[in-house]
Design a binder for this molecule. Structure first.
Ligand code: ADP
Ligand code: MG
Length: 318
């Protein structure tokens, strides 16, 4: 049973069984949405990072904190929300002051950068894992969802894809060269696209952050929206570092590797030309939403691939 089947079978029914008039959106998107005032909705999301699964053993505590908070905050970016605060559930094998001091430093730096205040948490002993719940707000009814993509919309992504996944090969390199460093920076310090998400709230017809790979995450938009898409793989933005270091494998990494925390959005065709300059600069159009279900990939090498595999905690490895 895959991660998403598990959620659908055992937990989605709980959300369907008992709603609440103020809970506007429950399981199935990057965040849930709760009405808090007549003008604003609260969006919130929780993410766990486990040692040996989401980050390597003996990974620097400053980086563990920074990555965990950035990954959680990326779900706020995907909803077009403004960060407010977060709670931290920390499970530690032992309380080591030097480790905790560096962890707290990384947390403080990252929280300041994203405008998030620490609101509380829970501390327990056990195998190292970090759970962070983030809260953000968005103007009433303007939160971006996975479910609004419509045939004819342009599919676009921010930044470049595949870099963080490629960096896994260089985590143990003692002195990485500048190209390897460029990929490693994407893995160590992901940057959630908060301003971009906020600028697209009320404009994009759907959005998701790419945490598990473009094919899988765009697949979630298609499923939630009841549509399909065609993507020209030749248009998927790849960094020079990725192309030079990974050559022919660069595209597979961009499609199927996770941890980039870029946004994938759909924009109605007539709105694409009118996007503000700073929004257009961050986006690359890679395809179109279509009626027929599924993701159709075509590309420069006549590459056809309709697979949507990405990272699944209970599915097959990449
Ligand atoms: P993301 O990658 O954006 O963090 P996930 O892939 O982790 O999202 O989760 C997909 C959806 O399933 C989300 O809406 C999330 O809230 C929900 N979900 C995941 N695990 C559980 C669970 N154990 N109970 C209830 N809902 C869950
Ligand atoms: Mg997400």
């Amino acid at each position: 049973m895959g991660e998403f089947d598990l959620i659908r079978r055992f937990f989605a029914p709980l959300a369907e069984r008992r709603g609440h008039p103020d809970l506007l959106l429950a399981i199935g998107d990057d965040c849930a949405i709760e009405r808090i005032t007549p003008d604003h909705d609260l969006v919130f999301s929780i993410d766990t990072q486990v040692e040996g699964v989401h980050f390597p053993h003996r990974y620097a505590p400053r980086r563990i904190a920074g990555r965990a908070l950035a990954a959680a905050t990326s779900d706020l970016a995907a909803m077009g929300a403004t960060p407010v605060c977060f709670t931290l559930a920390l499970t530690l094998p032992q309380a080591e002051p030097a480790w905790l001091s560096d962890f707290a430093k990384g947390l403080a730096e990252t929280a300041d950068r994203f405008g998030l205040a620490l609101a509380g948490g829970d501390t327990t002993r056990g195998p190292l894992s970090i759970t962070i719940q983030v809260h953000g707000t968005v103007a009433r009814g303007r939160a971006l969802r996975r479910s609004g993509a419509t045939p004819g919309d342009i599919v676009a992504v921010s930044g470049t894809l595949g870099d963080a996944g490629a960096a896994l090969d260089y985590l143990d390199v003692p002195s990485p060269d500048p190209l390897e460093d460029a990929l490693l920076a994407r893995y160590h310090s992901p940057v959630p696209r908060l301003e971009l998400g906020q600028a697209l709230a009320g404009v994009a017809s759907s959005a998701i952050d790419i945490s598990d790979g473009l094919a899988s995450d765009l697949g979630h938009i298609l499923e939630a929206s009841g549509v399909g898409a065609s993507v020209d793989t030749g248009r998927i933005p790849l960094s020079d570092a990725l192309k030079q270091l990974k050559g022919a494998n660069a595209l597979q990494l961009a499609l199927h590797a996770g941890d980039d925390y870029e946004l994938c959005v759909t924009i109605p065709g007539q709105d694409w030309q009118n996007l503000p300059g700073f929004v257009r600069e961050q986006l690359t159009a890679i395809g179109r939403i279509e009626e027929g279900a599924g993701l159709r990939l075509s590309g420069v090498n006549g590459c056809e691939d309709d697979s949507s595999r990405g990272y699944d905690h209970f599915g097959k490895d990449l």
